[in-house]
Design a protein around this ligand. Structure first.
Ligand SMILES: O=C(O)CCC(=O)C(=O)O
Length: 245
């Protein structure tokens, strides 16, 4: 990780705020994570129409509540520890991206796996979470589209901005980008028309030279999205209350 504060990783030209760090994890760490994901028990995978997912430590209940439980170590170290050691600005070395979140750290990890041609419709992440999303990408690059709404209130079909997420990178979205805009991944096998003019984080990429004629052919891409769920319930406290009757 070559930056000493998030400020150095800010994606310019976007609504506030996005940060992109190309080499957030090493190749060995990427392989470790891919192998943990691949060897997770089969029922962990949920097959959706256009991707498959794992949710750690568990799905949210209907009212957006997480059952209190720790994340496995391989999802904490190195990723969460590294996020927490990265100051937002060097003038305040104690502050990090989850300093102001209710639990001071993410407590939910959603793992998405996309084959070429798969994606996710433009959406907002909603009110269940503190408005910070940290996404670590594994395996392949693809672009995340940032969409606005048109005058009639419907989602714009074409993204206003695109962010290229390389393997081993960290992308953080927060603020207006979280609350006012939608994000999605187009269901295509190749990202095209990639250039400094069309990719918001071009100057922060590790390997812009791997994009030939503005094109990038997708391979299997896995993402780990880290969030802090606002409502957490302890099962133990419920049993405790019953026990006292
Ligand atoms: O895979 C990604 O980078 C995006 C995932 C996403 O938008 C979501 O989980 O809500």
């Amino acid at each position: 990780m070559a930056v000493s504060s998030l400020e150095e990783a800010r994606v310019k030209g976007l609504p506030s705020s996005a940060f992109y760090i190309a080499d957030f994890i090493t190749e060995e760490e990427e392989q470790m994570l891919l192998s943990k994901i691949a060897t997770a028990p089969k029922p962990r995978w949920k097959q959706l129409a256009h991707r498959r997912i794992q949710v750690w430590p568990s799905d949210l209940s209907k009212n957006n509540t997480l059952l209190d439980s720790s994340l496995p170590n391989w999802l904490v170290d190195p990723i969460i520890s590294r996020m927490q050691s990265l100051p937002i600005s060097t003038t305040d070395p104690q502050s990090h991206i989850f300093s102001d979140s209710p639990h001071g750290a993410p407590n939910l990890v959603l793992i998405n796996e996309y084959q070429p041609g798969e994606g996710i419709m433009p959406h907002k992440d909603g009110v269940a979470y503190h408005p910070v999303v940290c996404t670590v990408s594994l395996g392949s690059s693809l672009t995340l589209g940032i969409h606005g709404k048109n005058e009639s209130g419907s989602t714009e079909s074409e993204p206003r901005w695109r962010i290229l997420q390389e393997p081993r990178s960290l992308l953080i979205t927060t603020g207006e980008l979280y609350t006012d805009f939608l994000h999605g991944i187009a269901e295509i096998t190749e990202d095209v028309s990639l250039s400094p003019d069309t990719v918001s984080n071009w100057d922060l990429l590790r390997s812009p030279d791997r994009i030939i004629d503005g094109r990038h052919q997708r391979e299997t891409r896995t993402s780990l999205t880290y969030r802090d769920v606002l409502k957490v319930t302890k099962l133990g406290s419920k049993f405790g209350a019953l026990g006292k009757r």
